[in-house]
Design a binder for this molecule. Structure first.
Ligand code: NDP
Ligand SMILES: O=C(O)C1=N[C@H](C(=O)O)C[C@H](O)C1
Length: 245
């Protein structure tokens, strides 16, 4: 009998759900079950040691409630979250361990570290623009990863991203406002997820990129995060803590 950690997947029939099932098996853990739209997160939570949620922002509140009710930790990889979702996560984290991240891969979390450093060391005369490319089925923009990288750049500059971000330029926009962080999104084909943070000054540029070649990098990172969450005190945790970055 397999005595591994029992992992429950929310969004189990999705693209990430399938990759997660493979990663759970590869890690020697137990797939306790999975649900999709219309499924019961309470029943799933009661049958597992940890939940992994890669579904939809609409499902978040019920999933957090189920995790709290069963006293199990939850890793939230779903993107497209708004401010109210982050309040729900903060509130749930008072009762159970929650790890929310726009990207579970080692490479992107390393990139975020480099972006924070670069933004801190380069002056405000270096403009910052973040460009992301994803497959044609992606429903949210900018990507959760682009926002994570934007937060890293803002932290490096000791500013609030919400006060400085510029999204989706169109029409007569006027000249670029100094100190802003811009976002642009491309959608098409089967791209698993490409992100480039551009630092642009007069006569020179730096581009820091991460290119995801498949979804297993996210799935492996999520399973590692779920394993790490077992036994953790209530609180809100982040991927760099899991990865030791
Ligand atoms: N943090 C990270 O590292 C990564 C995050 N993501 C994010 O993960 C999420 C899922 O991505 P992906 O797998 O490509 O998307 P898919 O659309 O392929 O899968 C989403 C799954 O979630 C299910 N779902 C939808 N609504 C609910 C609900 N209310 N309750 C339970 N399940 C629901 C869907 O079921 P149904 O078909 O029945 O609607 C579907 O099976 C996205 O937000 C994406 O951005 C993706 C990759 C990496
Ligand atoms: O929807 C996806 O596919 C992805 N979503 C995440 C995001 O929004 O950043 C992570 C990854 O880029 C793939």
């Amino acid at each position: 009998m397999n005595s591994g950690t029992r992992i429950g997947i929310i969004g189990s029939e999705g693209r990430m759900g399938h990759a997660l099932a493979e990663a759970v098996a590869a890690a020697g853990e137990v797939l306790a079950g999975g649900i999709d739209k219309g499924g019961d997160p309470v029943a799933l939570a009661s049958a597992c040691d940890v939940l992994i949620d890669f579904s939809s922002p609409h499902a978040l509140e019920a999933n957090l409630d189920a995790a709290m009710g069963a006293g199990v930790p939850i890793l939230v990889g779903t993107t497209g979250l708004e401010e109210r979702h982050h309040w729900l996560i903060d509130s749930a984290a008072e009762r159970t361990a929650v790890l929310q991240t726009g990207n579970t891969s080692l490479g992107v979390n390393m990139l975020a570290h480099l972006v924070r450093e670069a933004a801190a060391r380069l002056g405000e005369d270096w403009d910052i623009e973040i460009v992301e490319t994803h497959h044609r089925m992606k429903v949210d923009a900018p990507s959760g990863t682009a926002l994570l990288l934007g937060e890293a750049a803002a932290q490096g500059r000791a500013i609030r991203l919400a006060d400085h971000s510029v999204r989706g330029r169109d029409g007569i926009t006027g000249a670029r406002e100094a100190g802003t962080i811009g976002f642009a999104s491309l959608r098409g084909g089967s791209v698993a997820g490409d992100h480039t943070v551009h630092f642009l000054a007069d006569n020179e540029r730096i581009a820091l990129s991460h290119l995801a070649e498949n979804r297993m990098i996210f799935a492996r990172g999520a399973v590692r995060g779920a394993q790490w969450l077992i036994g953790k005190a209530p609180g809100r945790y982040r991927m760099p803590e899991v990865l030791g970055l």
